[in-house]
Design a protein around this ligand. Sequence first.
Ligand code: GLN
Length: 483
Amino acid sequence: MHEMTLAEIARGLADKKFSSEELTKVLLARITQLDPQLNSFISLTEELAIEQAKAADVRRANGESGALLGAPIAHKDLFCTQGIRTSCGSKMLDNFKAPYDATVVAKLAAAGAVTLGKTNMDEFAMGSANESSWYGAVKNPWNLEHVPGGSSGGSAAAVAARLLPAATATDTGGSIRQPAAFTNLTGLKPTYGRVSRWGMIAYASSLDQGGPLARTAEDCAIMLQGMAGFDQNDSTSIDEPVPDYSASLGDSLQGLRIGVPKEYFSAGLDPRIAELIQNSIKELQKLGAVIKEISLPNMQHAIPAYYVIAPAEASSNLSRFDGVRFGHRCENPENLIDLYKRSRGEGFGPEVQRRIMVGAYALSAGYYDAYYLKAQKIRRLVKNDFMAAFNEVDIILGPTTPNPAWKIGANKNDPIAEYLEDIYTITANLAGLPGLSMPAGFVDGLPVGVQLLAPYFQEGRLLNVAHQYQLNTDWHTRTPTGF
Ligand code: GLN
């Protein structure tokens, strides 16, 4: 039962082959049995899950239908869930029970999805390895000595290990696409503004975007349908109609213009990954796509710009965790300053503290022009590169990551080495564009992802290209041994 995709579950439920309650119990038992190896969950919500599953079964018995009605999922632990711990992977929020549901959580619940729990993540979504969580590192089900990617590593490891069919995630600089690549999943970062950020604890507000992690493009379409849409509670949410994503999955790729940036194949890329990317290009050519070399000349500046802008926004967003209103508070503070200092010093881990310091420095009066303003200018140049490219091509294709998943601890003393791994993903966040990663093969038994980028609001195009590819390849069906 645990092998089923969301689409298969929806058919099984509709055909009354099993109930949502039966399926939910099977998956909860599987999580209890297998998750100790992975550490992919921070909280399990067994009672809520059974209650929601029963309610979904009643709705189906009363004639309701819907692809998510009775479907078991989990939420990355930065989506607020009413009355349930929402930790953001941090000691700071270990005792925080959200007073309301995030819009994404409420929308998926209204569609009938069943919440099995909250998944582990890098602390405040800062990281590319899921090693910065206060709840411990998450392990990659393809090789337990390796990282699953981050920051949505818990959602990715859980779905890859068949503990559940799909989960929510967020992507500020790659945190949906990179763990998808490292664990052989399909992950979609939507256009900035497509999915509401209300109730999604902020890391870098101008970059953060929620989206799905699942095994197939077909399932990502189902999840995105449940997550997307205008929300008046989020001032950056865009009031555009949500297309029927599943309906866009049948389009032919005949004549599709795929741009391959020449900058993508530089020295930093593992040649074995380069070869797999070439294979995926050939596969898409067989389906009728036309390949064109393009250039994204400002890509080389994207990492420094991102690692100024994201920490700057984080330093401002995280100022609300002061030990006064909510979250961790130190014992017996001597005065107000001592309360702030010790609460934040104790509550935040080293990576979060590093980013707050970098961000506060970049925003300070003497350095604002030199760093923050300059980074914003680079951001515009990166966006302009994409706009020029999309005049010539329909999608852009390349690797999701320069290397496969590294060993846990390998970058421990070298944060910059880890930042450099984000080279292919962060440009889409700087520009606000939608991006998808899908399975493209293996290197030393570790999965590799191919990334597709599209113009604003063309999530349907990305999902269709990935779906056509998945109809003709079987990488996405491979299962990690032991799961
Ligand atoms: N690795 C990037 C960072 O640490 C992106 C993380 C994310 O997308 N949340 O900032």
